[in-house]
Design a protein around this ligand. Structure first.
Ligand SMILES: C[S@@+](CC[C@H](N)C(=O)[O-])C[C@H]1O[C@@H](n2cnc3c(N)ncnc32)[C@H](O)[C@@H]1O
Length: 309
C-alpha cells in the first residue's frame, strides 16, 4: 500500500463495511459444504487483527477443513503463534524476500525488521504451525542476488522456501516483464549449487513445482505464475474483508456477498450464489497475458492487499 496514498489520515474501511467473523464463517461454511477443504487467511496483514484467533477457532470447527493456513509478513507472528495454534490453525506461510538487511528493508518499505520475522518463524515452529513455507518473491536487480544465501539459511530447517515469479497484480507495483526472473533460470542457478530432484504435487492444482535437495536437506518450490501460468488448474476463490468474492488474482471485478449476507440470505441461497459464481468463472488472465490485455485491465485490477495473493 503506497505510503503517499495510504497515509496516517487515510480513511480505511470502517468496521461496519467489513464482514463480521460470523459473516465470514457463514460463507466459509457454505464453501466447505460445496467441497472446499482448504482455507487460508491472508490480507493485507492478517495478524493486525488482534482477535484473529477467535476467527480461527470458528473456521477450525467447520467439519471438512483439511488444511487451515495463514500467510503473514511475520512481524507480529512471535507473540501470536501459540494462540493461533491453540485455536486450531494448522500452519503458516511467511513472506520473506531476502536475508540481506538492506534488501529486506528496501522491500518491506523500511518498516519491517528481519530479526523479528525470523523470531516469528521460530515461534511458529515451536507452536507446531508446520510445515512452514517461506514465500520469496524474486525481482530482478532487487533481491535475485540474495536467493542462494536465503536457500542456504533454510536448508535442513524443515521449512519449505518457495521462489515466486514477480507478478503484475494490482495497478501499483510498476510491474515490467524484465523484472521477472523466470523460474527455469532460478532452477538452473540453484541446481549448479545443490542438485535437485523433482517431486510430485501434493494435490491437483498445487501452484508450486516441488523439488527436493538430493542431499536430503529438504524441499523447495518454484511458482512460475508468469512464465508458466496455471489458470487451467486454479481452484481458488478469494473473499475480501468487505465481502467481495473474486475468482482470479487479476480480476477487475468480483461479486458482493455482503449485501446478501446482511439481507439474511440462508444457507441454500448462499450455496446457490457461490456455485453459480464458480460455474460461470472464465478468468484466465495469466494464460492470456499480453500488452493489450494489460492495457485493457489498466487501473482496474483488484489490488493484492485486498485479496492476499
Ligand atoms: C499480498 S501478501 C498478504 C499476506 C501478508 N501481508 C504477507 O505479507 O504475507 C501474500 C503473498 O503475496 C506475495 N506477493 C505480493 N506481491 C506479489 C507480486 N507482485 N508477485 C508475486 N507475489 C506477490 C507476497 O510476497 C506474499 O507472500
Amino acid at each position: 500500500m503506497p505510503e503517499a496514498e495510504f497515509h496516517a489520515d487515510y480513511e480505511f474501511l470502517r468496521s461496519q463495511q467489513r464482514l463480521t467473523y460470523d459473516e465470514i464463517l457463514r460463507v466459509a461454511d457454505v464453501a466447505v459444504g460445496l467441497g472446499v477443504s482448504k482455507l487460508r487467511l491472508t490480507g493485507g496483514e492478517p495478524l493486525l487483527d488482534k482477535n484473529l484467533a477467535q476467527l480461527v477457532t470458528g473456521l477450525a470447527a467447520l467439519g471438512g477443513v483439511d488444511d487451515l493456513a495463514l500467510t503473514t509478513n511475520g512481524m507480529l507472528l512471535a507473540p501470536m503463534a501459540q494462540r493461533l495454534a491453540d485455536a486450531g490453525l494448522h500452519r503458516v506461510t511467511v513472506s520473506l524476500d531476502s536475508l540481506d538487511e538492506q534488501v529486506f528493508s528496501r522491500m518491506s518499505g523500511g518498516r519491517g525488521n528481519l530479526q523479528t520475522v525470523l523470531a516469528g518463524i521460530d515461534a511458529a515452529e515451536q507452536a507446531g504451525l508446520t510445515p512452514i513455507k517461506i514465500n520469496v518473491v524474486v525481482q530482478r536487480g532487487v533481491n535475485d542476488h540474495t536467493i542462494i544465501e536465503l536457500l542456504d539459511h533454510f536448508r535442513g530447517s524443515g521449512h519449505i522456501v518457495r521462489l515466486i515469479e514477480f507478478m503484475d497484480v494490482g495497478n501499483r507495483n510498476g510491474w515490467r516483464m524484465d523484472q521477472v526472473v523466470p523460474s527455469r533460470h532460478l532452477l538452473d542457478e540453484v541446481t549448479l549449487r545443490w542438485p535437485l530432484r523433482r517431486i510430485d504435487k501434493n494435490y491437483p492444482g498445487e501452484v508450486a513445482r516441488r523439488y527436493q535437495y538430493v542431499d536430503g536437506q529438504g524441499e523447495i518450490g518454484f511458482i512460475s505464475s508468469v512464465t508458466e501460468p496455471f489458470c487451467g488448474d486454479c481452484s481458488r476463490a478469494r473473499l475480501s474483508a468487505d465481502g467481495v468474492l473474486y475468482t482470479c488474482l487479476f480480476a477487475t471485478h468480483g461479486t458482493d456477498l455482503r449485501e446478501s449476507l446482511r439481507n439474511n440470505a440462508d444457507e441454500e441461497e448462499l450455496t446457490d450464489i457461490l456455485s453459480r459464481i464458480w460455474l460461470q468463472r472464465a478468468d484466465r488472465y495469466s494464460e492470456l497475458r499480453s500488452p493489450e490485455l494489460a492495457e485493457a485491465h489498466m487501473q482496474r485490477k483488484v489490488e493484492m492487499y485486498r485479496i492476499g495473493g
